[in-house]
Design a protein. Structure first.
Length: 218
DNA sequence: ATCCGGATCGCCT
DNA sequence: GGCGATCCGGATG
């Protein structure tokens, strides 16, 4: 214990981007494994990055909550594209949401990133979200994290292996620290357990009441 | 040309 | 917990 205890420097370690192959798997597996990875966006204003703490899977035309349920259109086209690209869409007239496309070309599916924990550029994130008082509210939602990281529609279709938009490998999150629940904010297929988050992480967007942990702590 | 609903957020009670 | 903001994509006429 008196040994050289160098502080953990995960914040400043520059890990390689996850390869296309990472995304060319079942969407559920990709969603699970993206926990702990680092989503990074580079703009003229600077670099901002966050550790992924919450994801959801949207899988194919038979998943009525997936945008591909309506078939291939100009909007949903990226879902049908190659794995490892971005699908960024506009919602409710004001917000962008970021997804990583999975599986294979012509197999429309993606992982929605619902929350990240700031890792790089937190000052930049605060400037981009001037009305936010507490740092915990900077990136704890799919629309919020796009505002904070600077992700917009122009990032749609971009590969995630190089700037300006990429996802870097992170420290793996063990199963014991992962919770699975139904997805949030949808009405179709609302009971399918396709949401993953790091248990008790303060940046997770929210927990549905019936999945709240009890005071018993189990 | 018009209508409608949405993978959200922030402010209100 | 409720609700308005705000606008695009897709469907319908």
């Amino acid at each position: 214990m008196t040994r050289d205890a160098a502080p953990r420097a995960r914040r400043s370690r520059l890990t390689p981007p996850l390869p296309k192959k990472f995304y060319a798997r079942e969407t559920e597996q990709v969603a699970r494994d993206l926990l702990g990875a680092v989503l990074e966006c580079q703009t003229p204003d600077g670099v901002a990055a966050g550790r992924i703490v919450e994801t959801e899977a949207y899988i194919g035309e038979h998943d009525l909550a997936c945008h591909a349920a309506a078939g291939r259109t100009s909007r949903t086209a990226p879902l049908y594209g190659p794995p490892g690209i971005a699908y960024v869409y506009f919602i409710y007239g004001m917000y962008w949401c970021f997804n990583a496309v999975t599986r294979a070309e012509h197999e429309p599916s993606a992982v929605l990133v619902r929350a990240v924990e700031p890792v790089v550029g937190i000052e930049l994130m605060r400037r981009r979200r001037p009305r936010v008082r507490r740092d915990v509210d900077l990136t704890n939602g799919p629309g919020k994290l796009c505002l904070a990281l600077g992700i917009v529609g122009e990032h749609n279709w971009l590969p995630l292996q190089r700037p300006p938009l990429l996802i870097r490998a992170g420290d793996p999150v063990p199963d014991e620290r992962v919770t699975v629940t139904p997805r949030i904010g949808i009405t179709q297929a609302a009971d399918w357990p396709l949401r993953w988050f790091i248990t008790d992480n303060p940046y997770v967007s929210k927990t549905p009441p019936h999945f709240k942990r009890t005071s018993a702590g189990n």
